[in-house]
Design a protein around this ligand. Structure first.
Ligand SMILES: [Zn+2]
Length: 248
């Protein structure tokens, strides 16, 4: 599967097959940077509860988009009975070119405070009125030495440790003490949101969701130098654990 992980057309064909088999329509989100963007909203999703999943906001993190489609393919008809909003790929232009940023050079994951980006505006439109139980953003890190995550500090008990444990059969937890310039503990960055800091660097998807739409929000990072099948399997294990905790 590795040779096609940056093939957006192929990715969307796979999502069309998921849509057909599950009975959950693949809906058009927006056209931006020369590509149609899509989303799926299962009939089981109501305004309160459920899970927001997104992948591919950074184009050089193909393990994220590959994991979400592979997980969805394995659900079959069951997918429609899970309460989900699925964003299969928020930066197709970047995915095709293996570039983190969008066509205008914007980091979409630092842009949720902006009102001039069609993709961000479209996501805000479809999410309006929703309050999710959890949101999971799938990412990758080329400096990663294992899997790690950011968990917004909000409501205990926290889930971060359990999510990494679920992935451990596929990837070790990143052993670094300093990750992305900040201190982590056993693969987990967990802090209260410093609003001022994000007003300076720009709002990530997880921070926007935390403030407006989600009780829990997680950004999961797999190491992009590791084999794709392991990164995909690790992300899928985390997805599965979040689904189990929200719906179980
Ligand atoms: Zn990323």
């Amino acid at each position: 599967m590795s040779h096609r992980a940056h093939d957006y057309r192929h990715l969307i064909e796979r999502w069309r097959t998921v849509a057909r088999k599950s009975g959950v329509p693949l809906r058009r989100l927006v056209r931006a940077d020369g590509y149609e963007h899509f989303y799926l909203r299962t009939p089981a999703l109501t305004e309160t509860g459920g899970i927001y999943f997104s992948a591919g906001i950074h184009g050089d993190e193909a393990g994220s988009t590959e994991a979400l489609i592979t997980w969805a393919e394995r659900q079959g008809r069951k997918l429609r009975h899970l309460p989900l909003l699925l964003l299969p790929c928020l930066n197709p232009w970047g995915l095709v070119l293996n570039i983190r940023l969008n066509k205008q050079g914007a980091d979409l994951n630092r842009s949720f405070h902006r009102t001039d980006l069609p993709v961000i505006e479209a996501v805000k439109r479809i999410v309006a009125g929703h309050q999710f139980a959890a949101s999971l953003m799938l990412h990758e890190d080329y400096d990663g030495q294992g899997i790690y995550l950011y968990e917004v500090q909000h409501i205990p008990p926290y889930w971060g440790e359990a999510l990494l444990k679920a992935a451990r059969a596929h990837l070790p937890t990143d052993p670094r003490i300093w990750i992305d310039g900040r201190k982590a503990a056993r693969g987990i960055h967990r802090r209260r949101i410093d609003k001022k800091r994000f007003e300076q660097i720009g709002y990530p998807e997880a921070v926007w969701l935390h403030f407006e739409h989600s009780a829990r929000s997680f950004t999961v990072e797999t190491p992009s130098e590791f084999a794709l099948d392991r990164r995909v399997a690790a992300h899928m294990a985390v997805i599965e654990e979040v689904v189990r905790r929200v719906t179980g």
